[in-house]
Design a protein around this ligand. Structure first.
Ligand code: DOR
Length: 445
């Protein structure tokens, strides 16, 4: 299907340096013109965005959509619907499905499943393993491959590379930035073994403690320096790691990502209020950590924000801790939450574009998706800044069915999402056929 033609008229455009009044003309699915007073050529659809904010569609570089194998929790159709409902027009999906995405054939399987079912553009990570460590670099430039993801600590699923020699082999295979879940598995094993039966989920950040994360991140920084391979550390949860990354100052060799969960929830309250629905790995920690993570989001220490959308069913969450599943469904709530951060004064509108559009582009070499400008894909999200009330009053599309952010007071909401010049989501529902496409990356072959 070719791209659409559309004029979005009279809105305020959020760009890399601030907010300015601007119209956006999309022709054949790509941004053609940006400026004040644009006129739609004859016959072109027009959306009146007066009083609204216009942002480029967000790229979410960390989601778990659970297909194949775990589709009772989510699938590519339900996850990508939640994505466009939250203004996310491109997602990069994690390899801990069942089976794991650890070979070109498994990547191809996900790509075929996406056609005509994904409502946002898609790419998939390959999971690093002991078995594929020496060859995985040969696959990372395959079309539709977001990069290599390695779990250093056990989390949902069976992917795990706990030891430095295998990590080093992976880092020496290939050239793209490698992405890590950074928790030390030996320490996790010791601490879970010592956890008394019947413990409450409030123990979660103490079992998977600060040292568990810091120890793994220290090992990673050493390995990045040793091999010269760029690394990206996902869902950084501690102030200590932020300080470490700043102190080591390895420049572009090390980039980091934050999640809204760690930025907007804090222990111990989140565990008292939401129980296991606030349980994720690495854990949400106390306000002292949250404060430094917020600072890192605002000052550029963090390259990007990814939702780590990790949906689980009510049954999986109801298992006794620590068997209760870890993960929070968040692809739809990132943008509404970041709008509250702007209202509350610790982020600016342009930081959203930096963290959710330019960041993924820089970290992963994502093509054609940047600040709204001629030549970029015609992916936009229109935000109504006047929507208020609790986030939980809005439709919620993830199969998880529940978010710990339901009581958050909104400071605006994405109301219309445009994919390649066509309305993909409006009035609380998907519009038209599922039209997501494979995302493109630099160096693809
Ligand atoms: O909490 C988490 N959930 N952290 C992860 O690393 C994996 C994710 C999942 O897939 O459920």
């Amino acid at each position: 299907m070719s791209g659409g033609d559309l004029l979005v008229h009279g809105g305020r455009l959020v760009g890399p340096t601030g907010v300015t009044p601007a119209d956006v003309l999309i022709r054949d699915g790509r941004v053609a013109e940006v400026g004040a007073g644009l006129e739609a050529p004859e016959g072109i659809a027009r959306i009146d965005a007066a009083g609204k904010l216009i942002l480029p569609g967000l790229t979410d570089p960390q989601v778990h959509f659970r297909e194949p194998g775990l589709t009772r929790k989510e699938d590519l159709a339900s996850g990508s619907l939640a994505a466009i409902a939250g203004g996310v027009t491109g997602f990069m999906e994690m390899p801990n499905t069942d089976p794991n995405t650890d070979s070109p054939a498994r990547l191809d399987d996900k790509l075929s499943r996406s056609v005509d079912r994904c409502r946002a553009d898609y790419a998939f990570f390959l999971g690093g393993t002991r078995e594929n460590a020496d060859v995985i670099g040969e696959w990372e430039h395959a079309p539709g491959c977001a990069g290599i993801k390695v779990f250093m600590g056990s989390s949902t699923g069976s992917l795990l590379v706990p030891d430095d020699p295998t990590l080093e082999r992976i880092l020496r295979s290939g050239e793209k930035r490698v992405t890590f879940h950074s928790e030390d598995d030996d320490r996790l094993k010791e601490r879970y073994a010592a956890l008394p039966d019947g413990s409450h989920v409030r123990e979660h950040p103490h079992v998977r403690d600060v040292e568990t994360a810091v120890k793994a991140t220290k090992r990673l920084l050493e390995l990045a320096e040793l091999t010269g391979r760029p690394i990206h550390i996902l869902h950084v949860s501690t102030a200590d790691e932020i300080h470490l990354v700043r102190e080591r100052d390895l420049g572009d060799l090390v980039t980091i990502e934050l999640t809204p969960n760690h930025l907007f929830l804090a222990a111990p309250d989140c565990y008292e209020t939401h129980g296991t629905w606030a349980q994720m790995n690495p854990p949400v920690r106390d306000r002292a950590h949250q404060e430094i993570l917020r600072e890192a989001a605002a000052d550029g220490t963090a390259a990007c924000i990814g939702s780590d959308h990790a949906p689980h069913t009510a049954e999986d969450k109801a298992l006794p801790f620590p068997r209760s599943s870890s993960g929070i469904a968040g692809v739809q709530t990132t943008l509404p939450l970041l709008l509250t951060a702007v209202r509350d004064g610790w982020l600016r509108h342009e930081d959203i574009v930096r963290l959710c559009v330019e960041g993924p582009r820089r970290v992963y070499g994502v093509r054609d998706r940047g600040p709204v400008a001629p030549g970029q894909l015609g992916h936009l999200v229109i935000v109504d800044p006047d929507v208020s009330g609790p986030l939980g009053a809005q439709p919620f599309h993830s199969r998880a069915g529940r978010t710990p952010f339901a009581d958050v007071e909104l400071a605006g909401m994405p109301v219309t999402t445009i994919l390649a010049g066509r309305v993909a989501y409006a009035d609380g529902a998907a519009k038209g056929p599922a039209a997501g496409r494979r995302m493109a990356f630099d160096g693809e072959r």
